[in-house]
Design a protein around this ligand. Structure first.
Ligand SMILES: C[S@@+](CC[C@H](N)C(=O)[O-])C[C@H]1O[C@@H](n2cnc3c(N)ncnc32)[C@H](O)[C@@H]1O
Length: 128
């Protein structure tokens, strides 16, 4: 089974009897191939940076998917590395403007989170 687009996923989630916790725990059932591929790419990126000392800083976290993925990977692969902090920044206002060098022109404010649905501003990043 695979999904072509967000609308199809949304319909599948809406029709599902599962609660939100079950949906999150079984995310592979509800995610599409691109989402899983992205998650795996983040995993590869995380492994590549493991030999490097220091923290991970994400500038522009949006919904926090990458940020929390890195926090989970850090907890799994290096549970006793107390020096690795996973730090995220965001204005949650979306992109204010773009440069002439940008290859596409996103709408001003694209990726803005009007109402934080994910609770990222409240959720602390605990790796353990
Ligand atoms: C494309 S999204 C980020 C996606 C995220 N990195 C991911 O992997 O899912 C861009 C984010 O950058 C944020 N942003 C844009 N300009 C910013 C700035 N000057 N400072 C902090 N965050 C900013 C936006 O609010 C938006 O959430």
């Amino acid at each position: 089974m695979s999904f072509d687009g967000r609308k199809e996923i949304r319909n599948f989630v809406n029709e599902s009897q599962a609660n939100k916790v079950d949906i999150a725990a079984n995310f592979a059932v509800y995610a599409n191939r691109q989402d899983i591929n992205r998650f795996l790419a983040l995993h590869e990126l995380f492994k590549l940076q493991m030999p490097v000392k220091g923290s991970i800083v994400e500038c522009g976290v949006y919904s926090g998917s990458s940020l929390f993925s890195f926090a989970h990977f850090s907890g799994i692969y290096e549970p006793s590395n107390y020096h690795r902090e996973i730090i995220g920044f965001d204005t949650f206002q979306g992109f204010p403007s773009w440069s002439d060098k940008d290859e596409f022109e996103p709408s001003r404010g694209i990726f803005r989170i009007k109402q934080c649905k994910c609770g990222i501003s409240k959720k602390s990043l605990s790796r353990r």
